[in-house]
Design a binder for this molecule. Structure first.
Ligand code: SF4
Ligand code: SF4
Ligand code: SF4
Length: 273
């Protein structure tokens, strides 16, 4: 019985460990509440998935995504976008966005891969409601755009420090609002242009510059039982990220793109995944 729920319990344990460690080291109750809430939301989504609730992932996405966007971003003025990460890095403060990036996007992916992209990102939370859950066009070779956006975000924040502009905190707040609006407009436009909800994730999102190399080593991965697989190709057809999940090697095609959405698992007729 307990074995069935090992994954949600494991994720809850990881986040509780982070919550308690940060609470004790930083002496700040916020970290205890914040990471406990995120851990609970992820565990709840996984629990609902095991119970075969169709919208399980969506529940976690909304619980975490809305919390981070509306509460942390708008109410608490914490810029959790990549510019916020650079900002805190330049100020030398290990707080807010730096901790968020360390946990969700830099070291966390060594354990849970791109779980952030499947269960927590507030940009994808909206994109996943669009009509092209399964990509209708082959992948394009324009992934280089993410490096341009990555460099632009770094140059933008560095120039604020180099030119000594006043009230950088206020600028970062507005950068969060404008940046998010831009992400939504570009993300939705690209989804319709390429008939692919996740086109923004595949070609533009600068955070993937961190996420992709780290998730290469992810502990949690979807694996294929090749003795059961009949090579029907259904898993590849339903995958929003074009992953060749039948190949168990770490070098599998688009392997660092897997967002652990479990669509392939749900659709495999032979329970091979
Ligand atoms: S790739 Fe970027 S936009 Fe897409 S889900 Fe991940 S963090 Fe969000
Ligand atoms: S859906 Fe299942 S049986 Fe079909 S190719 Fe994928 S893993 Fe194999
Ligand atoms: S369908 Fe499977 S391989 Fe594709 S992103 Fe989702 S979990 Fe990963």
């Amino acid at each position: 019985m307990i074995k069935k729920y090992i994954l949600p319990l494991f994720m809850l344990a990881i986040f509780e460990t982070i919550a308690i460690t940060l609470y004790l080291t930083k002496d700040n109750l916020f970290y205890l509440l914040n990471f406990s809430y995120i851990g609970f939301s992820i565990a709840l989504g996984l629990f609902l998935f095991i119970k075969k609730y169709r919208h399980a992932r969506c529940v976690t996405q909304l619980l975490v995504g809305l919390y981070m966007l509306l509460y942390l971003g708008l109410a608490c003025n914490e810029n959790m976008q990549i510019e916020g990460f650079w900002y805190y890095l330049f100020t030398g403060v290990f707080e807010a966005a730096t901790i968020h990036y360390a946990v969700a996007k830099i070291f966390g992916p060594l354990v849970f891969g791109r779980g952030w992209c499947g269960y927590a990102c507030w940009t994808a939370m909206i994109l996943d409601f669009l009509p092209y859950k399964v990509p209708m066009q082959p992948r394009k070779k324009i992934g280089w755009i993410r490096y341009v956006v990555f460099a632009a975000s770094l140059i933008f924040v560095a120039s604020l420090f180099l030119t000594h502009v006043g009230n950088i905190e206020r600028i970062m707040f507005w950068a969060f609002i404008i940046g998010n609006l831009l992400y939504y407009v570009i993300g939705i436009s690209f989804a319709f242009l390429f008939k692919d909800n996740r086109a923004f994730c595949k070609y533009i999102c600068p955070i993937t510059v961190f996420l992709k190399p780290m998730s290469y080593f992810a502990l949690l991965r979807i694996k294929c039982d090749t003795s059961k697989c009949i090579s029907c190709g259904k898993c590849k057809r339903v995958c929003p990220m074009d992953v060749d999940v039948t190949d168990n090697s770490r070098k599998r095609k688009n392997g660092t793109e897997c967002i652990l959405c479990f669509e392939c698992v749900n659709n495999c007729p032979k329970n091979a995944l």
